[in-house]
Design a protein around this ligand. Structure first.
Ligand SMILES: [Zn+2]
Length: 264
């Protein structure tokens, strides 16, 4: 019914763009495994380290909400994402953690004309000063994000980029998409672009096979089938995002033998 793709047939290298740690696993753990097995280089860029998730501060760190707790959560999620990627076979040198403010990417994206710098309401940071940040000190501004992401794209020179779908309902996801497309456009690189869907009403379905929402079904849809061991590896990688794993059981609905992509 839909065209199929396989990670081995991608144009290499592959760059996966994740707004938050765990999006990369939920969206593309199968694609990543297949690409690596075929000998392709795989890179992942994390726009934020998910340092604005109050539930995780309370329930995973057992700390009251404070600037220091959110920073601690950011460091924890950096470690979790690094472990999850190692589990799939992506080396640490292929990971880019940008450290931009969780929950505020859309505000940065909307401030294109004003060049305003914003402060994270969680960590109180105004720049990406995590020790692990790719461009340490990058300002929390439209220009800061675009410059940093463009630097990732020119470093990787991707043959294929995987980024959020235009209809994803999470503002950070839609902003990530627009930033990534703007970064690609600012270079001479012309990768194949595939998008993925995480946040959407009634998606993924509770039961039955994972299928794309009817409203988003089109000729652009591509179906990727995971082997049994690829599904198990996806589950193992997601488990390493410990701070997320026990918080949102419904997210496990993504751990199925199918991943969907949209050819842009
Ligand atoms: Zn996300």
């Amino acid at each position: 019914m839909f065209s199929t793709i396989h990670g081995s047939r991608l144009t290499s290298p592959l760059l996966v763009v994740a707004p938050h740690p765990d999006d990369e696993v939920l969206a593309a753990a199968g694609l990543i495994q297949q690409a690596l097995r075929a000998g392709h280089d795989v890179y992942v860029v994390f726009m934020t380290v998910g340092d604005g998730f109050a539930d995780a501060v309370r329930e995973s760190l057992h700390l009251p909400e404070s600037k220091a707790s959110f920073v601690q959560l950011g460091k924890l999620r950096f470690n979790e994402a690094s472990q999850a990627m190692r589990c799939l076979g992506v080396p640490p040198s292929h990971l880019f953690f940008l450290g931009f403010p969780d929950g505020k990417l859309h505000v940065l994206e909307a401030s294109k004309k004003t060049h305003r710098t914003i402060q994270s309401p969680f960590t109180k940071k105004v720049r990406a000063n995590y020790a692990f940040a790719f461009e340490r000190g990058a300002a929390y501004s439209y220009r800061g994000v675009l410059k940093t992401l463009t630097s990732v794209v020119t470093n990787v020179k991707p043959g294929t980029v995987v980024l959020p779908h235009r209809s994803d309902t999470h503002p950070d996801h839609r902003a990530t998409r627009r930033f990534a497309l703007a970064a690609i456009r600012s270079t001479k690189i012309q990768p194949t672009v595939l998008s993925y869907l995480i946040h959407y009403p009634h998606y993924p379905s509770q039961r039955g096979p994972l299928i794309p929402p009817v409203a988003l079904q089109s000729k652009r849809v591509r179906e990727l089938t995971l082997s049994k061991s690829e599904v198990e590896q996806k589950r193992a990688a997601f488990r390493l995002h410990r701070s997320q794993y026990h918080l949102s059981p419904s997210i496990l609905r993504f751990i199925r033998p199918t991943e969907w992509f949209w050819k842009e």
